[in-house]
Design a protein around this ligand. Sequence first.
Ligand code: EPU
Length: 424
Amino acid sequence: MIKMDKFIINGGNQLNGSVRIGGAKNAVLPIMACTLLADGTYSITNVPDLRDVRTMKKLLESIGAGVETDGGTLTVNTRNCVNYEAPYDLVKTMRASIYVLGPLISRFGYAKVSLPGGCAWGPRPVNLHIEGLRKMGARIAIENGYIIARADTLKGAHISFDLPSVGATGNLMMAAALAEGTTVLENAAREPEITATAQFLTSMGARIEGTGTDHLVIRGVPSLHPADTLIIPDRIEAGTFMVAAHMTGGEVVLEHAEPAHLAAVIDKIEESGARVTIEDRRITVASDGVVSPVNITTAVYPGFPTDMQAQWMSLMSVAGGSSVLTDTIYPDRFTHVAELRRFGADITLDHNVAIVKGVAALSGAPVMSTDLRASASLIIAGLVARGQTDVSRIYHIDRGYEHIEKKLGALGADIRRELETLIT
Ligand code: EPU
């Protein structure tokens, strides 16, 4: 018998009130990997309660670290790291496990990390991570599904990325921090989570210039030391709640958000008819529920994030006209289209371009989560759909949204979690 959680949503309630935005998943994961770079004790606060964080905790523990969780604080002790391996069982549930490759090879001269393989929406290669480490002098073989990396000492190198990969930038930055000499990363990713990782490395004693830009210069140092940090707010969680507020025609205050990281999303949501006010770390989204069609094209930061494409599609499904959504980062990231059609959404897909013709109303349906952001799009569609929506396989959402049903419920949504029996 297989049992899994599902959400049951009765659509039609407005969202009103305030919600606290949690720490950013995509910042905490590389930051946890950074702790492998120096022996000692680290305190990381504003850590969200997510399945991916628990997976990274298990991975660090399997390497030999001690990781304690106390509310939103993680204490990581890396004094006994002896097993330089990321096993398939962990990597297959979370690709971000690849983040331990850079620190392990640069600190210990050896790493064995399962090759992530594809994911629900396409190939997602890691060639840029491997090519960069090779340029720094690592000897890398792919054997039995594992990346086996060896190096006596990593040497600084000039690395110009063909495209600005978040993961490769993070991994090579961590590797370069302890390498001999200077590493230049050109066309580097500058997502806020990468900037936060660079700032954390700097607080550990790394010498990084160009933080926040696409040109990073990392002067290797012989050793680093532990540091403490506070995780930045999750801009994608915030963006998801902004879309949900607009769709349901409510007024939602996002507390502990970082408006500066959300400029592209705020511009688009205002263009589609919501009113947005910003006071320090608080963003208020107010809407009468009338959604204008607005095109988006995903791009690297500060462009519109690919991690908001699916949620934007739900919003556009109920817009008063047609919009064009293009994903330039992941051309295959459209598994939610078939599920959104089950609500009555009118979407045509041609390669990486979706044309969404807004319909007057969506109707509740049984749907299935296919990945993290796709799940978010189905939940917010369910919030406005007429009648009941059952979203199954929600283990995807628990990877990256902290207690989403509690947060939505507190804002007035009718949503509950139930255990579903899939096969008997
Ligand atoms: N790419 C390559 N070769 C590589 C690495 C990437 O061709 O070696 C390509 C990818 O196929 C893609 C593009 O480069 O077309 C960008 O991929 P990137 O490496 O930037 O993505 P990532 O590091 O694997 C992170 C986030 C994703 C987010 C992307 C893009 C984490 C843990 N994950 O992935 O987040 O979509 O950046 O912003 O930070 C999510 O949170 O739902 C999520 C998927």
